[in-house]
Design a protein around this ligand. Structure first.
Ligand SMILES: [Zn+2]
Length: 118
């Protein structure tokens, strides 16, 4: 997703991903799953269009997402669920901060502290 007016199109639904707030790509970047190089080449999606990831976001401002089938979070080990929930919820909160701070934070400082300089 560009930081200018034109967002990238979602790989799943084909609609524009209008804000970093709803970007699956940037969520994976701030949580250390993607490097900045991978960020440029990876497909963009809405968080809601990638429920396997977004089902772990648990925040009062995020309407919960559920997954039916093999990737339902309730089928995971409870310890793994807690870890993923903590990480992805922190990542989502970070995206909301970045949306407010737009233009003032350089890309290498987007990720959560423990994932910077990777
Ligand atoms: Zn979408």
């Amino acid at each position: 997703m560009a930081r200018c007016d034109q967002g990238y199109l979602c790989d799943v639904c084909g609609e524009e991903v209008e804000s970093i707030r709803e970007s699956d790509l940037y969520l994976r970047f701030v949580t250390g799953e993607l490097s900045s190089n991978e960020l440029l080449g990876a497909a963009e999606r809405h968080l809601r269009c990638n429920p396997v990831v977004s089902q772990f976001i648990t925040h009062p401002d995020f309407v919960p997402v559920t997954v039916d089938g093999d990737f339902d979070r309730r089928l995971f080990d409870p310890v793994d669920i807690a870890d993923r929930e903590t990480l992805l919820t922190r990542g989502w909160v970070r995206l909301q901060e970045l949306a407010e701070l737009a233009q003032t934070v350089p890309l290498p400082h987007y990720p959560l502290p423990e994932f910077q300089n990777k």
